[in-house]
Write a new protein. Structure first.
Length: 171
């Protein structure tokens, strides 16, 4: 089971108070810092429930992306672009997934220097197990009502769209 952090005070609230004393309004800082802290909390929870399946959330994301692709394989540079990670991180994740037997790698016939990663049957099976574990965890957001989840998604979507995350998307 996921362990609570149990800090004796809210570090973001305390930082916000200090920020206001030294720099001025802290609303944006508090919100941005909260997003990062929640990301760290969620990633720790995800990694904990995926550990029995010998996965990290980063490797799980790669496998899910391959599962969602039409052919079950994608170029490594597409994986990096979609997951917003550095090519070295993609290569590291793919290397570990290959060793685990979850992914095969082969030269990309459409790009002489590129590499394709393809999900294996074992990879598809572990995605099912990992997905079940994350779903049972409610992706760490079980404390939020469905309406709150929808609102949170829409608020964060506005931030993503404003940053140009998706070109030509309906806003």
């Amino acid at each position: 089971m996921v362990r609570p952090l149990g800090l004796p005070f809210d570090p973001i609230e305390r930082a916000g108070q200090t920020w206001e004393e030294r720099f001025g309004p802290a609303a944006a800082m508090r919100a941005a810092t909260s997003v990062f802290r929640v990301q760290q909390i969620l990633l720790a929870r995800f990694d904990e429930v995926l550990r029995p399946h010998e996965l990290t959330f980063a490797r799980y994301e790669v496998l899910v992306l391959l599962t969602f692709s039409r052919t079950g394989e994608l170029p490594l540079k597409v994986i990096g672009s979609r997951l917003m990670v550095h090519p070295t991180s993609v290569t590291n994740a793919i290397d570990r997934l290959v060793v685990a037997g979850y992914v095969d790698r082969r030269p990309n016939p459409a790009d002489g220097r590129g590499v394709l990663a393809g999900i294996t049957g074992a990879g598809r099976a572990v995605v099912e197990l990992g997905t079940r574990a994350l779903t049972e965890l409610d992706f760490g957001l079980g404390d939020l009502a469905d309406d709150d989840l929808g609102t949170l998604f829409e608020v964060l979507r506005r931030v993503r769209l404003g940053a140009g995350d998706v070109s030509g998307a309906d806003s």
